[in-house]
Write a protein that binds this ligand. Structure first.
Ligand SMILES: Cc1cc2nc3c(=O)[nH]c(=O)nc-3n(C[C@H](O)[C@H](O)[C@H](O)COP(=O)(O)OP(=O)(O)OC[C@H]3O[C@@H](n4cnc5c(N)ncnc54)[C@H](O)[C@@H]3O)c2cc1C
Length: 466
């Protein structure tokens, strides 16, 4: 066992997207940061960058990237998505725009590409050292000492640091140490659905289609909503799409448990996604090889103990259906940096981490609940006529209220309004929309004056007061 002491101002566990951004932001404030990452350096080894190949970056993530000076560099590598592109079982398609115009969009980005860019920018500050293949095994809270193992040699070492931050993801070792030694309460709710990722190839060279080398419209998030399950697809700049099937693990038909062989998989896709099948020629081979992913909601409290704190998925892992997990983690970094910038040096880390956690917790709980709800919306409600009527009424309200009306989705995705406010605003909106749309099937039947009056009376004062 090798003992090392006080290697840097801050020891960080995990160089995922949140840890890498945090290291960069801390270095920009003059702090020396040592990061321990259990994986290989993905810039030198071809390894998967963890779960999901691409992800959607939206306003909160963009803001945090802007603060470290990287928004433009990241956006240059993304594919903008302006709405949901729905694929009905009979092959009919329909685009539902996300925002009031194309300026309101989400951006599909390679998770690995983003992670690599952030690591490189962090190292380029000269204040960040990322130690790859160093897995944190344990943490002693009273002495703020980490026990590490070198994944290649098996040699263990100990490192003590004045500040320790855990960005080690949903199965955080630091969170477990807080639970064991500081009595932190942790709940982990596993979703009954799992996921598999498949890649839709680009069209062959020299045979461009309606959308160039993309097999489908690239600038939308494709959804095949099928009630208890769904398929989605996000474009990558190289012309491929990353497609994700979300399906119950077991206990119903169909489920991953019932897709036991090629024949069952082929029959399942032919029945539910016939328009998708010809676009992925090696579908069966890919399906057999794709690992089955699990999704979990983690709620923990407290996130801090002395000068030790949690951020990102380590503090609040959520299911992916609002496209906000990483965005929320990036927003953590942004909020913590705001507190640091308002504080005087030397930083009083125990107080700062306590303030950070207190202001953040209600919001990350809110997005956790919103994300679970959005699974039902995406897999089921987007195909429901009442859902479509609600969206049509909201588009009218937006016009009538001079652009001050924002749907719940827009509040979460295109603004930095706290998630808890978006959750409450969404509840008010749902009540009003349910009332004015009850028994109606078309927009012409809806009393839009009443809808406007109710939103003016109930929603706008709530949002103004925030
Ligand atoms: C299918 C899917 C789709 C998603 N889509 C989106 C999306 O569209 N938009 C969005 O915002 N979010 C999305 N997310 C969520 C997003 O992936 C996570 O919120 C994000 O990766 C969290 O980043 P993180 O850095 O906190 O944790 P992680 O990405 O989990 O990184 C943790 C890092 O810590 C390292 N580590 C772990 N344990 C140790 C240890 N003991 N010692 C040393 N190192 C360790 C890991 O190797 C890893 O590098 C999606 C998630 C899934 C599963």
């Amino acid at each position: 066992m090798v003992d090392r002491t006080r290697p840097a101002d801050v020891a960080l566990i995990g160089a995922g997207p949140v840890g890498s951004l945090l290291a960069l932001a801390l270095a920009q404030r003059g702090l020396n940061v040592e990061v321990f990452e259990r994986r290989h350096d993905m810039r030198r080894h071809s390894i998967a960058a963890g779960r999901s190949i691409n992800l959607a970056v939206s306003a909160r993530g963009r803001h945090a990237l802007h603060e470290v000076g990287l928004e433009d560099a990241v956006l240059a590598q993304t594919v903008p998505m302006y709405g949901r592109f729905l694929h009905a079982p009979d092959g009919a398609t329909r685009l539902l725009p996300y925002g009031r115009d194309d300026s309101e969009h989400i951006s599909s980005m390679s998770r690995g590409g983003l992670n690599q860019l952030l690591m490189t920018e962090a190292e380029n500050t000269g204040r960040v050292q990322i130690r790859f293949r160093q897995r944190v095994l344990a943490m002693d809270l009273p002495t703020q000492t980490l026990t590490l193992v070198d994944e290649d040699t098996g040699v263990q070492s100990r490192v003590a640091a004045p500040v320790v931050l855990g960005t080690d993801g949903s199965a955080s070792v630091l969170r477990a140490a807080m639970a064991a030694q500081a009595g932190a309460a942790v709940s982990e709710a596993l979703l009954s659905a799992g996921y598999k990722e498949l890649t839709m190839p680009a069209l062959p060279e020299g045979q461009p289609g309606t959308h160039g080398h993309f097999a489908m419209l690239p600038n939308a998030l494709h959804i095949w909503p099928r009630g208890r399950f769904m398929l989605i697809a996000l474009a990558n700049p190289d012309g491929t799409f990353t497609c994700t099937l979300f399906l119950p693990h077991a206990g119903s038909e169909p489920s991953f448990a019932t897709l036991t062989d090629d024949a069952a998989v082929a029959a399942f896709f032919a029945e539910w996604f016939p328009d998708f099948v010809p676009l992925v020629p090696d579908l069966l081979a890919q399906f057999a090889q794709a690992p089955l992913g699990h999704m979990v909601t983690v709620k923990a409290w407290p996130w801090h103990s002395g000068a030790v704190g949690l951020l990102g998925d380590a503090a609040h892992a959520i299911v992916p259906f609002f496209g906000q997990g990483m965005n929320a983690g990036f927003e953590d970094v942004s909020w913590l940096m705001t507190l640091l910038d308002e504080a005087s040096k030397p930083y009083d880390w125990p107080t700062l981490l306590a303030e950070f956690a207190a202001m953040r917790k209600k919001n990350t709980d809110a997005i956790a609940d919103l994300a679970v709800e959005n699974f039902v919306e995406m897999r089921d409600k987007v195909a429901d006529p009442q859902f479509l009527l609600h969206r049509a009424v909201e588009a009218e309200l937006d016009k009538r209220l001079g652009g001050t009306y924002r749907s719940r989705y827009q509040l979460v995705t295109f603004t930095r309004v706290p998630y808890a406010v978006a959750l409450n605003a969404g509840a008010i909106q749902t009540d009003v929309l349910a009332e004015v749309c009850a028994g109606k099937t078309t927009l012409a039947e809806v009393d839009l004056d009443r809808a406007e009056a109710l939103m003016r009376a109930k929603l706008l004062p709530y949002l103004d007061g925030r």
